[in-house]
Design a binder for this molecule. Sequence first.
Ligand code: NJP
Length: 251
Amino acid sequence: MSRVAVISGASSGIGAATARGLARAGFEVILLARREDRLKAVCDEIAAAGGQARYHRLDVTDADAVREFAQTVEQCDVLVNNAGGAIGIDPVLSADPSDWRKMYEVNVIGPLQLTQALAPKFRHTDDAVIVVLTSTAASGVYEGGGGYTAAKHGEHALAGTLRLELCGEPVRVIEIAPGMVATEEFSLNRFGGDQARADAVYAGVPDPLSADDVAETVVWAVTRPRHVNVDLLVLRPRAQAAQHKVHRVTP
Ligand code: NJP
């Protein structure tokens, strides 16, 4: 029987690349996100390459929908909590609290609900894996990043607490924390669709990480032997030594 991996936020960026990578590694993959057309396109691509994939349209912040989805899953070996994102770069004193709530909902409550709903589906295996896609924003702060860093710090706390609570169970809890990744939509969503502001994030940075770079890291961590838990793996582009220290080449 093939191993089953559920990936949230698989309609674009890191999640889609992770679904492709896990399918290549032999997993049957179940892709989750809100945009059905995108999910279908990624699934078709995986199937055309000989992989096994299906999708389920899901908003991870919707508790009832998450429970209903879990009822459709017989077996889950790997859960990749990847759905997430940032909204705005407003300073703490002028940020809209509703943006902070939305970031907390998708980056913390979403993974919480999905993990709770799918954990019972781990029972058949002696090597279940929960991956949590946090960020370098989970361990540091930066000006304008208060809402996002608060949410990602929360998601880091979820991963660490879960690892402690599941110690002794046949479950690995892996946190992958990337720095700057040039995906098509992350910064675009952050800046409300403003392409110029999104492009400026990566301007002049030689080789920011790609979605595939992160996906390969996730696949590597998941496919270690079952006694090897990659607790926390931080990866950044070489040009980004810290959140505030980015090498840019000016034309
Ligand atoms: O972002 P993007 P990335 N329910 O925007 C989905 C973290 N990270 O791949 O629902 C369900 O391409 C959304 O799909 P849809 C970041 O915080 C990134 O770059 O159809 N799904 C899409 O598939 C995040 O946790 C960078 O709109 C929901 C996906 O989530 C992860 O890496 C740096 C949803 C987001 O894909 C993937 O980011 C870093 C919901 N309510 C950490 N809301 C970076 N790119 O620089 C959204 O340190 N989605």
